[in-house]
Ligand binder design. Structure first.
Ligand SMILES: C[S@@+](CC[C@H](N)C(=O)[O-])C[C@H]1O[C@@H](n2cnc3c(N)ncnc32)[C@H](O)[C@@H]1O
Length: 329
């Protein structure tokens, strides 16, 4: 298959371009947003069930036990609103809140955004069954393109959900830029609820990205399989290893794929050389302190109005309101 065929056939222009850029870089990398093809979606569901991946359990606990308090905050502040969820995934946690809110406000529309077409299709099939009567409209694409699309159709106030520590896939500087841009889209008084994974025991964190059954490893390697499938690659999956790291000072957790030997890999017509032990950086999962979260909120034009923690204080869903001063930086 020649490259132009690949691009035209699968409509994978940006995937192809980003893979070429990442693998041509002096320090090879692949963007984590490409993990989520149907096989990646399924593996991520398995990761969420694994005992080591505490993030899901912590945030689920927050939504099971504190949905009423979270919802009351929203209902008190906004008379009419729609809910925009960024990177919704299977929306298990947000379902608790959506159900509670839709029983109390008739005219809410839920806009789940996800880059995975498969996920958006699943949500469009499942949400009406989980919460009969809730209006919804799935948005398949990148966060910012879909935020803009949502604003074209929804004129109500907004509550933006960004759960599961998705924000951790950005560096602190990228998160800052992302949240500043988000702030510019919102009206004064609109609300964002953002899930942050807190700094904690380094062993606990590292284990979450290195589960004993090897599901995270399979998830990481699936990115190479996806390149083989969609971009005519010939990665030999057995010749790459999964390697996570955590730096307790910066709070940066990174996952890599390590080339087990000197090898050549083709993607379409392009050939890439790998030396033994050469890393490909595939994922960032940034952990935060409470001070860092507050600083981020204020710098990006929000006031933190409430924090909802799990019982171990490992995870926080932080609720922010867009503030009225324009020179907040
Ligand atoms: C780690 S999962 C978390 C899902 C969900 N928020 C939760 O807490 O269970 C990340 C989700 O965000 C989506 N995603 C990742 N990068 C994205 C992007 N740039 N734009 C839109 N969706 C994205 C993925 O497809 C995936 O469903």
């Amino acid at each position: 298959m020649i490259v132009t065929d690949i691009v035209a056939k699968a409509g994978v222009n940006s995937f192809y371009k980003d893979v070429m850029t990442g693998l041509s870089s002096p320090h090879k990398y692949l963007q984590s947003k490409y993990f989520y093809d149907p096989a990646g979606d399924e593996l991520f569901q398995e990761i969420m069930q694994s005992p080591e991946y505490y993030l899901t359990g912590c945030e689920e606990e927050i939504f099971v036990n504190q949905t009423k308090a979270i919802a009351s905050l929203f209902l008190k502040r906004l008379a009419e609103f729609d809910i925009l969820e960024l990177g919704a995934g299977d929306a298990t946690k947000s379902t608790h809140l959506l159900r509670y809110l839709s029983e109390r406000r008739e005219r809410i529309t839920y806009y789940p955004v996800d880059i995975s077409e498969n996920i958006v299709r699943l949500l469009e099939a499942e949400i009406p069954q989980r919460i009969p009567g809730l209006q919804m409209s799935g948005l398949n694409g990148e966060y910012f393109d879909m935020i803009q699309e949502c604003y074209q159709v929804s004129k109500r106030r907004k509550i933006v959900l960004f759960l599961g520590s998705n924000i951790g896939n950005f560096s602190i500087e990228e998160a800052d830029r992302f949240l500043l841009m988000l702030n510019q889209q919102l009206a004064f008084g609109d609300i964002a609820l953002i899930g942050f994974d807190l700094k904690k025991s380094p062993r606990q964190i590292l284990a979450a990205y290195n589960d004993r059954l090897g599901v995270t490893k399979a998830f990481n390697l699936n990115l190479l399989r996806r390149i083989n499938r969609e971009l005519d690659g010939d990665f030999d999956i057995t010749k790459f290893d999964h390697y996570p790291t955590y730096d307790p000072v910066s709070g940066t957790c990174k996952s890599f794929l390590i080339s087990c030997e000197d090898q050549k890999v083709h993607v379409g017509e392009q050939c890439f050389n790998f030396y033994r032990n050469e890393p490909i950086w595939t994922e960032l999962s940034q952990k935060y302190s409470e001070q860092e979260i507050n600083k981020l909120a204020l710098h990006c034009g929000f006031t933190p109005i409430a924090n909802f923690y799990d019982s171990r204080h490992w995870f926080v869903d932080s609720v922010w309101e867009k503030i009225k001063i324009s020179h907040f930086k």
